[in-house]
Every structure is written in C-alpha cells, then in structure tokens.
Write a protein that binds this ligand. Structure first.
Ligand SMILES: Nc1ncnc2c1ncn2[C@@H]1O[C@H](COP(=O)(O)OP(=O)(O)OP(=O)(O)O)[C@@H](O)[C@H]1O
Ligand SMILES: [Zn+2]
Ligand SMILES: [Zn+2]
Length: 837
C-alpha cells in the first residue's frame, strides 16, 4: 500500500503530496488524516496522509517507507483533509498550513535530535577502552538519548563523544515528536477486591502505624486513587505508600489524567424554557432541517435580548436527539464563563470548551475528548470549527458579523465560509445569529434574478423576550457641549444620568472604542508626535509602565519629559484612553467604584472572568471598557449605557467603518434594560447626523442595511463585489514599487483571457449577474506604510461572478514568487480582507 503525504514545510516546492510506501508493520495504523514521520532528503519530517492507494507512479527503487505513525487515532478525519484542500485553494495558502491550523498547538511537530548507536562493525577495535564501552552501553540501554543528557552523564568525555560521532560509532538522527505530552499522575492501585490486604496488615510490625492507615483505607475503599489525594485524605507521606508498593502489596504507577479547566465547578442544570411565539417561529424551520438531515444555512436576525441563545440550545437538543454532534462558535471575547455556563448548564459533560485562554495542555485535553467521542457539543472561538467530529448535525455561529471570525494570519480563512463549506460536506445545518448581521450574509438571503432560491434563509425576531422595550437612545452632540463651555469628556446629560444611577444604586456600562483612539504623545509647542522608529505609526502611551509602545512591533521607549525636537517641556499624552476616562470619573464622582476592562487589565489569565463577576456582584458602579463590554453581557441592574465617543470608528478610512459603527452602537445599547428595569442609552458624538448613528439610535437594522447596501453597490464593494488584498513589503521603496508594478501588469495580462471568455459567453445571452468582472486597483502605498522597517505597498482586486479570481491571482503569485524571493520581497494575499490596511 502507498500513501500520499503532505510534508510539514510550507514552501512552494513542497506544496504537493509525495508518495511513500506503507510498511506492512504500520498498515493497521496509517489512515487518511494520520500524522506520520517520513524521510525527506537528509531529514525526517512530519507529514499528513491525505490519500491511500494500491499503486504508485513513482519508481519502486526510489520510493521510501513511512518511518513512524505519531498517533494511534488520526488527529484529522478524511473530511477535514478535504476541507484543508478547499481552504488552501480558496485562501491561497499551502495545504499543510491549512491542515496545521486544524490541530491544537500541542500537536505541532517538534523535531528532536538524538544520539543512537551507529555502526557496530568496528566494535572490536575499541574494546580495550572502558570509557567507550560505558558510553556505548549507556546509549544502548536508553535506545536513544539527547546530546544534553549524554554530555551531562559523561561530562568529562566531550572529546571522546565527538570522536565516536565522527567515526560513526554513534550517530545523530532526527526524530519527530509531539510538542506536548499527556499529563500523568501517580496512582495507587490496591489488588482487585482488596485481596491480601488483611494479611499484609497483620504482617506489619505494630509501630508501622502510617502504613497500616494506608492499608485500612484501601480495604475500605478498594479502588484506584490518585497518590496525592490519598496522601491528603489520610495524611501520610509518599514514602509510606511507596514502601507498601515495594513490598508488592499494592501497585503504584503513572496513569494519564485529563486537565479539565472547569473541574470541580458545579453547573446548575437548566431545563428548556417555554419558547415565546417569535422563538417558536424561528425554531421550527431549524428543528425541521436538523431532523431531516438537510443542509441549509439560516441567518437568524434577532434584536438584542430577543433570546437567541435559547433557540441555539433547543436546536442543539434536537441535534443530540438525532445522535449527532454540534459546534457552537462565539467570538473570543464573548466566550465568558457565563456563556459557557449556559451551555454546560444545559448539556453538562457532553460539552467541551475550546478557547485561547486555556493552556496548551488544557486545550489538548478538551480536544481529545472530541476525538474520543466523550463529548457531543463543542463551544469555542474561531478554530473550534475544526473540531474533529465525524457526524455533525448543526453548526452555530453567534455574533456572525464579528470581524474576529476572519483569521488574520495564514491561512486567512473566514470562519463563516469555512463553516458553510464544512456543513455542506456533512449535510449539516448552519445557524448564523446576530442582532446586526453582516451585509455579506444579509445579501445572501435576498432573491436575485439569477438566483430564485437565495443561498441563506432569513429568520427574524423583532422583539425582546417578554415584550421588554428596547432602550431609548439619546444622541448627544458634543460640538454643542463645547460651545456651551463644557470641555469635559462627559456631556451634561450623561453626567446627570450617571449621577442618577449612583443614587438609585443601579449600574452603568461605559464604552470607549480604543481602536484609532489610542493615547499618543504630542508636543504642544511644535506639534512633534512620538513615532515608532520602525513603523509608520505613532507610539501609544501606557500609564502603568510610563512607557511608549508600538502596537505593531512591540518597540518601547521611556516617557519623555522634554520634546526631542524643540526641547519644550510642554510635551504630554493626548487622546482619551480608558485610563483617562477612569481618572476623570473619579474626579467628578468622588468615591465612584469603576471596573476598567481593556487590553491592559485583561492580559492575566482569568482576569476577564474576575472583573465580570465583580461587576455582576455589584462591587462596582461602572463597567468601563473597550469593545469587550459591548458583547453578550446580560446583567439585570445595568440600566444605563454611555458611549463616550461614537466617531472613533467612523474616522478610520475603511469602507466598513459605517457598518462597524452601527454594529458597535447597537450591541452596546443592547446591554441596557434587559430585565425588569427599564434602561436608557446616551451616545456622544461629533457627527450626530451620520446615518449609522441615526439608524442605531432608532434600533433600525433593516433601514441601515438598505442604505448601506446602496452605497456598496454604487462603489462596487462587498457584498456586491469581492476583494482580494495583495500586500508587498521590502526595505527599499524603489525596488518595492518596481516589483509591485510588475506584479500588477502581469496580473492584468493573466486575467485578460478570462474576462474575454466571459464577454464571449455574455454575447451568447448569459445574464448580467453571472458575468465575470475583474478589476485591479493600485499599486499604492498601504495606509500603514511601514511595519518593522519594511515599507508596504498594496493592490486590491475587485471581482464579481465565478471563483476565477483566486485562480488568476494564484497563477500570478506563482509566476512572481521566484523573482520576489530573490529580492527578499514578501507578498501576502488576503482573500475577503476585513481591513484594507
Ligand atoms: N423563552 C424565554 N422565556 C423566558 N426568558 C427567556 C426566554 N428566552 C430567553 N430568555 C431570557 O431573555 C434574556 C435575553 O436572552 P439572550 O441573552 O439569549 O438574548 P440574545 O438574543 O442572545 O441577545 P444578545 O444579542 O444581546 O446577546 C436572557 O436573560 C434569557 O434568559
Ligand atoms: Zn516640540
Ligand atoms: Zn513599531
């Protein structure tokens, strides 16, 4: 048997499958999706088996055997292998990069160099040297040792070891190993049924009290117990237990344990709620599709507080009743303990949780619960879409509009599109939920001339549960505030509203969008702004460390007291970071209790959870934060939401700015008055007339979507045309410009026949909408024109119609790669980019 293997080197030359022989000793273990070690040139590499076949075209003399199999159960399924192929085609990445992205970090290959005994034929001539004997037999006894261990053991024999290596008596080889091992714990095993322990007890001398305690305990509890637990329970030392094991009365050995981040946490079990009329209305079609095993994509548009989660839960129940599995995706920052609790509370131990705050080990163990089929539901961030389930009935994406569903590094996939593809492969149902669906998804629910049945089905919930009203939103024009002499960052009305909450002992959520509004340092005399010497961006001031930092490359410098340009002392930090809002709050409301949540206060593991719990327990009056506070929070006493400055996102030059502003305002406004108490919202802005602010204040998603879609159609932006962003970077501008221009010229040449072909087709009466349309903009300097000392240029491909664009760009990149590599120029391709930076 032969296997096609994709090796773990993301390069053009290795971006294809290579044939290997499957030795008969391994044939039981090698499957599609197995990780294997294979000889590749002088090295041994990790690879993935992507196909098995009886024959090979490769010359029998040249074909090499697979060296080893890394896992007893393949970490990928054949379905995931196909998905990997789709991702690599769709997002133009190496196939191995796509496959690697599906594995938990713990399974990334580690290459280890070890020493083994080499040529034995020369053994005789060395026999007279006892040192050599010792070294060789040491290595033999271990089968293989690392250089470090060998040198540690024979610290004085370095020269001799070197000689043995060069003469071939010892050889250095490379092994493929896992980066992460399973966690083991010493465990005590009493003999079956506790047999023989009574006799053992009588054999012990009278003074061996502690040992007797152990035996008595095991007679009463004749089952395996972790050593540490036994030591704690009856207060004995490890040596006591070991001595019993030495006498053979009990057994002590290492067994694997699972790291469970939620261990010891009791989740209150919840029962399905009686659905409201609107919930029943949207649940019925989802339930039917799941029950009928019918692939369908639903876009669930439900206003904030409409009870989408309960719809998800009952849909999952339907999926479990069919003995199928479900994947639930939520944005990383919404994956709060409360969120997890809602799912664990309903489905208990059937739920695995995957998110980036877990340690590698914890994540690996959660992941293995899936491969071992111990769980049926996975809830997680982006990469949980790759959960190795084999019988998926339902995939849910909550907050489907979130830009974090797009992965920013290669493979630059969009989770939503991957989910739809995966669901197609498994005949599963997809539910995309949001109070503010992306325009891309919304467009797919609309009928078109060439598309009588739209790809997605729209389901709508217009009302909050229990007919709770949407909170009234007041727009505050900050220009007017300035005119009346209010220079504070709080308008008079927001000030009053906060004061009122303090009196009534209710809670306030304040949002400050940090993005594009970071504190920077500027000289008031000459206008000098501290910039990163390596990137084309101003440095951000961090109060806690009194340092200026670059958000792109991590460069840091000490706070300056004097302007480096004009030596003036009037240099200080500007802008309204969350730290400054916090300072001002305490100044105007002495004694106010504020919890601040931003990147600075949530780096520590568990800090996110800690802050939210404190706020829920009413240990604070105000929760102040960045986007983090806008998502998913459901606190009964929050009756006021304030947005400090709504314009910060609007000012970013990006065609999605209005959409992002609308989404953020709607989401954060949705945190107010979700329970019995009525809520209200204040939005401070310098552009109160902007349509995104206006529509958000009326909670009118549909009107916003229609308005924005018209603009996009006119400008030829998504969802009407798709984009591919191609970024070039190099240390020298002239070469960069020349190469970028050469790329674009070639790209247009390669595209030409495709577009012609389409024009011909068109003349044979193909409808307008399916015609292929291909445009190239640029090259131009990127908005962030330098990062880490490399200048950046970009071009944007706009296209409509067939998926031919990926092919065209792919061909151009292939043509370009050799030249660019020679010049050390980097090219990166981003299909469906979220940001054009
Ligand atoms: N059928 C029901 N009966 C009673 N209460 C319900 C029902 N469904 C949901 N709820 C409650 O309504 C509140 C809002 O529900 P949920 O958090 O699911 O809203 P949502 O649509 O996800 O909102 P958001 O988009 O803002 O996150 C929750 O407190 C939930 O427990
Ligand atoms: Zn100055
Ligand atoms: Zn920098």
């Amino acid at each position: 048997m032969y296997a096609k293997v994709i090796v773990d080197v993301p390069a053009k030359q290795t971006n294809r499958a290579f044939d290997y022989e499957v030795p008969s000793s391994l044939s039981k273990w090698v499957e599609v999706g197995s990780r294997v070690g294979v000889p590749f040139g002088p090295r041994v590499l990790q690879g993935f088996v992507v196909e098995l076949q009886e024959e090979t075209q490769v010359d029998a003399k040249r074909i090499k055997p697979i060296q080893n199999v890394l896992d007893l159960v393949p970490p990928l399924t054949s379905e995931l292998v196909s998905l990997g192929r789709w991702i690599s085609r769709m997002y133009m990445c190496h196939e191995v990069t796509a496959l690697q992205a599906m594995l938990p970090a713990a399974l990334k290959a580690k290459y280890e160099r070890v020493i083994i005994v080499g040529d034995e034929s020369e053994e005789q001539s060395f026999l007279d040297m006892p040192d050599i004997e010792a070294i060789i037999s040491f290595v033999k006894s271990k089968e293989s040792v690392s250089m470090d261990v060998l040198l540690e053991r024979f610290s004085k024999e370095g020269a001799l070891i070197k000689e043995l290596l060069s003469s071939g008596r010892l050889t250095e080889v490379q092994l493929v190993k896992d980066r992460m091992n399973t966690k083991k714990a010493l465990t005590v095993f009493p003999p079956a049924g506790g047999r023989g322990l009574e006799e053992a007890l009588s054999e012990l001398p009278a003074r061996a009290n502690k040992q007797k305690d152990v035996l008595r305990y095991l007679i009463e509890h004749p089952h395996a117990i972790r050593l540490t637990e036994l030591m704690e329970t009856i207060e004995v030392g490890a040596s006591t237990v070991k001595s019993l094991a030495d006498r053979g009365w009990i057994e002590l050995r290492e067994v694997e344990v699972m790291r469970d981040p939620y261990m010891g946490r009791a989740f209150e079990r919840t029962k399905p709620l009686t659905l409201t009329e609107e919930q029943s209305g949207v649940f019925a079609p989802i339930r039917d599709a799941v029950a009928e095993d019918r692939h369908e994509v639903f876009l669930l548009h439900g206003v904030t507080g409409s009870g989408k989660t309960e719809v998800y839960l009952q849909s999952i129940q339907q999926c479990l009743d069919m003995d199928k599995e479900a994947i639930v995706l939520v944005p990383e920052i919404s994956l709060t303990p409360q969120m997890v609790e809602r799912f664990k509370g309903r489905f208990g131990d059937l739920v695995a949780v995957l998110h980036s705050r877990l340690s590698n080990g914890e994540r690996y163990d959660e992941w293995r619960k899936i491969t071992r089929k111990q769980v049926k539901v996975v809830i997680g961030a982006r990469s949980a879409i790759f959960a190795p389930f084999t019988n998926i009935g339902l995939i849910i994406i909550d907050e489907e509009h979130e830009s974090s569903y797009k992965q920013e590094e290669s493979p630059k996939y969009h989770t939503r599109d991957v989910a739809v593809q995966r669901a197609k492969q498994q005949d599963a149902v997809v539910v995309l939920g949001s109070a503010t669906p992306s325009l891309e998804s919304m467009e797919k629910t609309r009928r078109r001339r060439d598309r009588p049945k739209p790809p997605f089905t729209l389901l709508t919930m217009k009302e909050r549960v229990a007919s709770r009203p949407m909170p009234p939103v007041t727009i505050v024009d900050m220009r007017e505030e300035l005119k009346t002499g209010n220079r504070s960052m709080f308008s008079r009305s927001l000030y009053k509203a906060i004061e009122e909450r303090l009196h009534k002992k209710e809670q306030t959520v304040l949002l400050l969008n940090r993005r594009g509004y970071a504190t920077f340092v500027m000289c008031r005399t000459c206008g000098f702004v501290s910039q990163c010497p390596h990137c084309d961006i101003s440095l951000t001031y961090h109060q806690s460390s009194h340092a200026l930092r670059c958000h792109y490359c991590g460069y840091a410098e000490r706070e300056v007291k004097e302007c480096p340009s004009c030596q003036s002392e009037h240099i200080r930090h500007f802008g309204t970071g969350t730290q400054r809002v916090e300072e001002e709050l305490s100044k105007i409301f002495p004694g106010i209790r504020v919890i601040r949540m931003d990147v600075d206060t949530t780096t520590e593991k568990g800090s996110h959870e800690k802050w939210l719990t404190m706020f829920r327990e009413k240990q604070a009056d105000v929760l102040l934060g960045t986007q983090m506070v806008a998502k998913g929070l459901d606190f009964p006493d929050v009756t006021l939401v304030g947005v400090i400055a709504a314009d910060t996102v609007l000012n970013i030059p990006d065609f999605r700015s209005a959409e992002r502003t609308f989404q953020l305002l709607t989401q954060v406004a949705g945190r107010a008055g979700r329970h019995e108490k009525q809520g209200e919202v204040f939005v401070q802005t310098y552009t109160p007339e902007h349509y995104s602010v206006q529509y958000a204040s009326h909670h009118d998603y549909i009107a916003f979507a229609n308005h924005e879609m018209d603009i996009r159609a006119n400008l030829g932006y998504p969802p009407y045309q798709r984009l591919i962003l191609i970024t070039f970077s190099h240390e020298q501008v002239p070469l960069l410009v020349r190469m970028a221009e050469a790329f674009v010229t070639r790209l247009k040449e390669i595209a030409l026949p495709y577009t012609r072909q389409q024009v011909d087709l068109f003349s044979e009466a193909v409808s307008m909408d399916s015609s292929f349309h291909f445009d190239v903009l640029g090259p131009v300097a990127s908005p962030i024109s330098r990062i880490k000392d490399r200048y950046r240029f970009q071009c944007v491909v706009k296209y409509r119609g067939e998926d031919l664009a990926a092919e065209i760009v792919g061909k151009t990149v292939a043509w370009f790669e050799e030249r660019s590599a020679k010049e050390k120029l980097l090219v990166s391709v981003d299909v469906d980019p979220q940001y054009l930076m």
